[in-house]
Design a protein around this ligand. Structure first.
Ligand code: B12
Ligand code: SF4
Ligand code: SF4
Length: 307
């Protein structure tokens, strides 16, 4: 296992842990969250529920998950220091080229190392795509706790991290789960959310979350939704910016794979509202903006411009 973790560090992962695959101990929480309608129109979460509740169903013979964290923090957690005004704000995780591509390649290299260490084993890589309960597996792999804002928080890195997972049929020795809840009596994230999207601790109604509205929601905004979005053009960082664990421990990444791109981190809002589809595709192909796409980003930009 040491060899696998050593390779993960060489590849640039900030932390790595191993979880044994079993039934998700918080399957009931997922069921309740879905039944309450908190997933909004993200129908894929309903479709994938059985696999999220039992990740052994994702891949035949899967027994272990090698779980990685990658730091994407780009600087201050002080929202006042973020680019604002007519430019609008973009969540930090999206400031560079598409993380699915960058991390996908690194995870494939880590998977090769796993297959070398345990010969005959098979692997499958996932990052934010697929039915993998990523935060749950990260907590089980000892990488941190699930905060009241639902983020996986590493005690020495904070929560501005991507989670990447390699599933394997190799029987790897697991790490101990991270059992402590270090939120204590704090509730800053719940109080700071601009749209009061948290129904309670670890219970987010995605329909009111700016990240959902600007990235996952399809169709035009109602007046209420446009007002909720405020000056956020893509995603939202507020419930992470205010977290004391980020204020104290988040450190700027020097990873060249996540070097910020000005046209993504600080796009020109007015230009986005008028940009033709071809021009949008040329500029933003291979960036996180392709998820809402030309239509979604035009809608977001119009809401920010007209607020
Ligand atoms: C759907 C989704 C969203 C939705 C819904 C968010 C949500 N809170 O569920 C929307 C679009 C709103 C969203 C927003 C964001 N997302 Co998102 N999202 C996902 C996705 C695809 C699925 C999450 C999911 O299943 N949600 C349903 C809930 C019920 O499940 P869950 O979050 O896994 O929660 C489990 C635990 O909380 C557990 N549980 C419940 N109670 C308790 C109690 C204890 C003690 C324990 C241990 C566990 C536990 O039970 C739940 C069910 O198993 C994951 C990738 C993935 N495949 O997992 C990324 C992911 C969670 N997102 C991520 C990111 C970065 C974001 C944003 C920060 C992006 C941004 N800046 O705009 C925001 C943060 C919003 C927030 N506070 O959650 C990262 C999080 C990394 C991290 N360090 O935690 C992930 C893991 C993607 C990745 N691979 O890096 N996201
Ligand atoms: S991402 Fe923003 S809108 Fe969504 S829960 Fe966090 S603070 Fe609220
Ligand atoms: S802001 Fe406070 S309550 Fe919220 S996740 Fe961070 S420590 Fe936990």
């Amino acid at each position: 296992m040491i060899e696998i973790k050593r390779r993960a560090t060489e590849l640039g992962f900030a932390a790595t842990g191993i979880a044994r695959l079993d039934r998700n101990p918080h399957a009931a929480e997922l069921d309740r969250w879905l039944a309450d309608g908190h997933a909004g129109t993200m129908a894929y979460l309903q479709r994938q529920a059985e696999k999220r509740k039992d990740p052994r169903l994702i891949m035949p013979g899967a027994r272990s998950a090698v779980v990685t964290l990658t730091n994407y923090f780009h600087g201050s957690t002080d929202p006042g220091a973020m680019p604002r005004g007519p430019r609008g704000r973009v969540a930090q995780y999206a400031w560079s080229s598409d993380y699915h591509d960058v991390l996908g390649e690194r995870l494939e290299q880590l998977a090769t190392a796993i297959r070398q260490v345990v010969s005959g084993s098979t692997t499958r890589c996932y990052v934010d795509a697929g039915p993998v309960p990523e935060r749950e597996l990260a907590q089980l792999a000892g990488l941190g706790w699930i905060g009241k804002n639902m983020m996986l928080i590493h005690p020495e890195i904070g929560s501005f991290t991507f989670i990447g997972v390699v599933l394997t049929d190799a029987d790897l020795e697991p790490d101990l789960p991270f059992e402590a809840d270090r939120c204590g009596t704090c509730r800053r994230c719940l109080d700071a959310c601009p749209t009061q999207a948290f129904v309670g601790p670890r219970d987010l109604d995605a329909r009111a979350c700016i990240s959902y509205l600007t990235i996952e929601h399809r169709g035009e905004f109602t007046d209420t939704q446009a007002a909720q979005v405020g000056d956020w053009l893509f995603g939202c960082d507020v419930c992470q910016d205010v977290c004391p664990w980020n204020v104290s421990f988040a450190r700027e990444t020097l990873d060249p794979g996540f070097a910020p791109r000005a046209d993504v981190a600080r796009p020109d809002v007015r230009e986005l509202t008028t940009m033709e589809e071809n021009a949008f595709q040329r500029r933003y192909d291979g960036t996180p903006f392709t998820r809402p796409g030309h239509r979604g980003m035009r809608r977001n930009a119009a809401a920010v411009r007209d607020r």
